[in-house]
Design a protein around this ligand. Structure first.
Ligand SMILES: [Ca+2]
Length: 345
């Protein structure tokens, strides 16, 4: 098991070390600005985070935050959107490149042994449900490093995105998301922008649509039903990702702010971000560095919104205040992104 965990740790960090070499070549491909398919999010003051004793510690404490108005994509960046970017630029994503061990090992605990060269191949992490119930404290039992998995092949080399053009693009690293953003002339949201937008104008509600998970019995987001992780059922219509407008939008007209796939934000991840912020923040951009006490060797960016894999028995991350850190060079089968544009841009 130790070996498996080691491989997973390596795998989680493995996916994109060459991105930094390639990224500068794409900075000149700037497309015309576009605000179609974006919604105006009016500014205001809101309660960020929560004091709910049932929440994760990294969501506390609640504090007041003021946000200026901004534009936000009404839906996640889709496979079709990303295809246009790749067609225009020839961009190669993190998951499509051979990992560089010298860069990789800098993010791992000292003396981590080099994986066999057969493991250092392009690939990504794919959710692979076990055949039977498993302990929920060992994610290596349902995440599998899959050679050849990338945005074109979400479940591995034999899978494809044909028929899923309007699903969110996945297996995109934070670097990939920024390359796309640079090309289209937008940017990743701050965590505060994202959380403000996800609340849809409602005050202190548990979900983007209110406090009840299924109002009138209706599913409002693509999450996990059944027994996690071995037995998923599609009560909400989808086992995996869903088309980007399959569920009702929130009060700002934004689709999938929770569920479907996690979304990259621009902020560094610290577990104690909220505890360190001032009583009233104005347009906070997050901490100046990253620190996860549960994973001290790895720098991370904040992801928000949960995914089709979130289940109340495991992680109820389909709440606006839920947050997690992820390494910027990691893409998985349940992380995507959407972008924003500030009013002055
Ligand atoms: Ca589902």
């Amino acid at each position: 098991m130790t070996k498996r965990i080691g491989i997973l740790i390596v795998s989680i960090a493995i996916t994109g070390s060459l991105a930094l070499y390639f990224y500068p070549h794409y900075q000149n491909f700037i497309s015309p600005k576009a605000t179609s398919s974006m919604k105006w999010i009016p500014g205001g003051e809101f309660t960020m985070g929560t004091n709910d004793p049932l929440s994760m510690l990294n969501e506390r404490p609640a504090h007041q935050v003021k946000i200026d108005g901004f534009w936000m994509d009404e839906h996640l960046v889709t496979n079709a959107d990303f295809q246009k970017f790749v067609n225009a630029t020839g961009y190669i994503t993190t998951a499509e490149k051979k990992p560089d061990w010298e860069q990789l090992k800098a993010q791992l605990p000292p003396h981590t042994p080099k994986p066999d060269d057969s493991k250092l191949v392009p690939g990504s992490l794919v959710f692979t449900p076990p055949a039977h119930p498993v302990p929920l404290n060992n994610l290596t039992l349902w995440w599998r490093w899959t050679a050849g998995a990338n945005w074109r092949h979400p479940e591995g080399p034999k899978s494809e995105i044909k028929g899923r053009e309007n699903h969110p693009v996945v297996h995109v690293s934070w670097e990939d998301a920024n390359a796309y953003a640079k090309w289209i002339g937008k940017k990743l949201p701050t965590e505060a922008q994202w959380e403000f937008a996800a609340r849809g104008g409602l005050k202190d509600k548990r979900f983007p649509w209110g406090d009840e998970f299924r109002p009138h019995g209706k599913f409002m987001a693509n999450t996990f039903q059944g027994q996690f992780p071995h037995h998923g059922v599609a009560e909400d219509g989808y086992i995996g990702t869903s088309p980007v407008k399959a569920f009702a939008p929130n009060g700002y007209g934004l689709y999938d702010m929770v569920g479907n796939v996690w979304e990259w934000t621009n902020d560094w991840y610290r577990a104690d971000t909220h505890a360190n912020e001032n009583p009233i923040c104005h347009n906070p951009t997050g901490p100046s560095n990253s620190f996860d006490p549960l994973d001290i060797y790895t720098i991370k960016r904040v992801i928000k919104g949960g995914s089709f894999l979130c289940h109340v028995d495991y992680c109820e991350s389909y709440r606006p205040c839920a947050r997690r850190g992820e390494t910027p060079d990691t893409g998985t089968s349940h992380i995507g992104f959407r972008l924003v544009r500030n009013a002055q841009d």
